[in-house]
Design a protein around this ligand. Structure first.
Ligand SMILES: NC(=O)c1ccc[n+]([C@@H]2O[C@H](COP(=O)([O-])OP(=O)(O)OC[C@H]3O[C@@H](n4cnc5c(N)ncnc54)[C@H](O)[C@@H]3O)[C@@H](O)[C@H]2O)c1
Length: 266
């Protein structure tokens, strides 16, 4: 891989033939994950509120790709998507990716904004794990990947609601991993740093402009959705067979510390 973040499409043989659910799969990291799981041979049922984009992706991928409108904060929508998945075969993979960003200070964040963030980012992940576990247990095991954020390990100004939910995902991941391990289900959290998607204002900024926010990181650029999708697929696959309840950071080193420009460097 070069400095640009363009990654070779990876495939994971153990995902060939498995049934997977991905939330928020119509665009961004979710769409990259749908593509990556599909490329590895999985049948992918993915949900989103964005019906047009979701249908277009399913149509483009063709066989083994199924879109369904889903609001992750609505329990009934979970029942529908799980039903569609188990009709295809044993459910082995769940990627809880859907999320929203509320950017407002502590005093400017309304109760409604805070609670919507909790409903989508936090309740959505809980409902996903609760809805999918029985089928995964029946299938003899599986892997749940919960997409948190680097803001689930640290935080930033104007991220009080978002950060609260992303820290919650990290905690729920560990609780679920401890309960589900005995049934062969692994649960891990992924913590992306700045990734070039709509959430990261990719419609307003070029890759170079977005990268300028990270100029003092070890890898001074914005990340690409495919780089997170590869990590998600690794965790979903049997290649990650001994990892559960763990945090996987993909942030170009931004949380490791900052480059000091006036100190000697290599
Ligand atoms: N882009 C980043 O810099 C970044 C960094 C850290 C973590 N993340 C996390 O990665 C995940 C994906 O984000 P992204 O950058 O691809 O953003 P995005 O906005 O491009 O994609 C998020 C998707 O989730 C969908 N969604 C929103 N609410 C939903 C709901 N209630 N039910 C179902 N789907 C819903 C959206 O329609 C959208 O398609 C999110 O959980 C986000 O918090 C992103």
């Amino acid at each position: 891989m070069g400095k640009s973040g363009m990654v070779e499409p990876a495939t994971y043989s153990s995902l060939d033939g498995v049934v997977a659910i991905v939330t928020g799969g119509a665009r961004g990291i979710g769409a990259a994950t749908v593509r990556a799981l599909h490329r590895s041979g999985a049948a992918v049922v993915f949900g989103d509120l964005l019906v047009e984009e979701g249908r277009a992706l399913a149509e483009e991928l063709g066989e083994r790709a199924y879109f369904q409108r889903q609001d992750v904060s609505v329990e009934g929508d979970w029942a529908d998507i799980v039903r569609q998945a188990v009709d295809l075969g044993p459910l082995r993979v769940l990627v809880n990716n859907a999320g929203i960003l509320i950017q407002a200070t502590v005093t400017d964040t309304t109760e409604a904004q805070f609670m919507r963030c909790v409903q989508v980012n936090q309740l959505g992940v809980f409902l996903g794990m609760r809805s999918c576990f029985p089928s995964m247990k029946e299938a003899g095991g599986g892997s749940i990947v919960n997409v948190s954020s680097i803001d689930g390990l640290q935080s930033m100004n104007s991220l009080v609601a978002y950060s609260a939910t992303k820290w919650a995902i990290r905690g729920m991941t560990k609780a679920a991993a401890i309960e589900m391990g005995a049934h062969g289900v692994r649960v891990n959290s992924v913590h992306p740093g700045g990734i070039y998607t709509t959430m990261h204002a990719s419609e307003l900024l070029s890759v170079e402009e977005a990268g300028s926010f990270y100029r003092d990181s070890a890898l001074p650029r914005v990340g690409m959705p495919e780089e997170i999708a590869n990590m998600i697929c690794f965790l979903a696959s049997d290649q990650a067979s001994f990892s559960t309840g763990a945090e996987f950071i993909c942030d170009g080193g931004s949380s490791a510390g900052k480059v000091n420009p006036i100190a000697p460097q290599l």
